[in-house]
Design a protein around this ligand. Sequence first.
Ligand code: ARG
Length: 500
Amino acid sequence: MTDDDPAVTAEGAEDADTAVRRDRFSGGPARAFLSSLAADAAIFEADLAVDRAHTVMLAEREIVDDAVAGEILAALDAVEAAGHGDLDGGEDVHEAIETAVIDRIGPDGGRMHTARSRNDEVATCIRYRLREDLLAAAEATLTLRRALLDVAGEHTETVMPGYTHLQPAQPTTIAHYLLSYEGGIARDTARLLDAYERTNRSPLGAAAFAGTPFDIDRERTAELLGFDGLVANSMDAASARDFLAEGATACATLATTLSGLAEDLVLFSNKGFVELSDDYASTSSIMPQKKNPDTLELTRGVAGDAIGEAAGTLSLLKGLPRAYNRDLQRAHASVFETADDVREAAEVAAGAVATADWNEAVLADAAGDGFSTATGVADLLATGGLPFRTAHEIVAAAAERVADDDAPPAAAAKVDEAARTVTGEPLSAYVSREEVEAVLDPERSVASRDSAGGPAPDAVACDLEARRESLDADETTLAARREALADAARALDAEVSEYV
Ligand code: ARG
């Protein structure tokens, strides 16, 4: 025993004399390094559910008799009531819970581990836990999408500058801008749901990797735990962690979408286009006049962690041979944390979007900056019969003369001058002055771009309708997943209560 070895201090790793380890393989000086017990707090509830489902199945298959199953299940209730913090050391939560059951009811507690291994047990626990995290993250995307659609609905006619290369490019509307993010986040919802579908499969019953001679019922434990089927091949079931990589990647992709939205809103706050609600801002400890968009900066920052997590997970998995290897113990805890951080970032972004105040006057003023209606003028001249390239040349010449504060008539006069320089003819040879002034007006410029998915209020209204329907459908899908998990948890409770 090395209990007084100062090198061995990790929480929960102190007691080597568990029912599973006995005196050998206690870990010696490496015991703390070997133990995942502290991090396993994240799968404490999952392990109890897995133990219960497995025990019920063992009793149903008469591998363990009903009375012993009842004792084991009652002991598991007591272990749950005492909490993860009460577990008395061990390599991991699986071993510690088994030890706690044996401590309570004696050697019969050891029957719980019949026909399984910690390899299929931990694989089941982390799928059970991660599916919750993925659902919660997906639900947060729905909240954000709802906020984006609601605010967009209020601003289908509010013009704002649109940028490429961060330079004023063409006027658009707040609704069109916000819908661009709603579309991206809807795909993030879909990616999280895809990851959920592949995560929510049961590896239980794979045992160490090579199955078991006991007459177990894998379908039954899967059903009791709310899984939508099995990971069939037992070696695949015990070894596979690609679902962790997929979940981490789905979270990283969502976080990346959020970081773009956050960055835009930080920039827009700086330009006075938008003001965050005080709830989503912070101030300086020394400069009391400051209102800083800290929540959005943190949202932007979460993407860095999430990308690191996705890369880290794949790096850990790369080149691992079949079947189980202890490296895997390090794969999941940080994915749960990342999923949690990304969910929180999505919720915060939703709150910030829902409560932000858009400054319509400042936006309208800035919408025409940088001669942002120029493309519309070129389009108009081309419609009037000029080759587009000549039209482009005229507008390029005009761009050198048009100033941000030129009203449409002044700007139109400068376009006319440019036309005369480039073609030797006045604008009126191709289009009327009124038409030119109209396209130079940001609002009318926006209204003219009514191609499908474009910013014209009619096009956006059409898109909004479709986006709302697709959000409703995703809400129904996610609610069904939640309900299925809650049903399974109730069914497991009911089965357990037959024995205790
Ligand atoms: N704590 C371990 C993990 O998370 C459990 C599996 C241990 N299995 C083994 N064969 N050593 O991966």
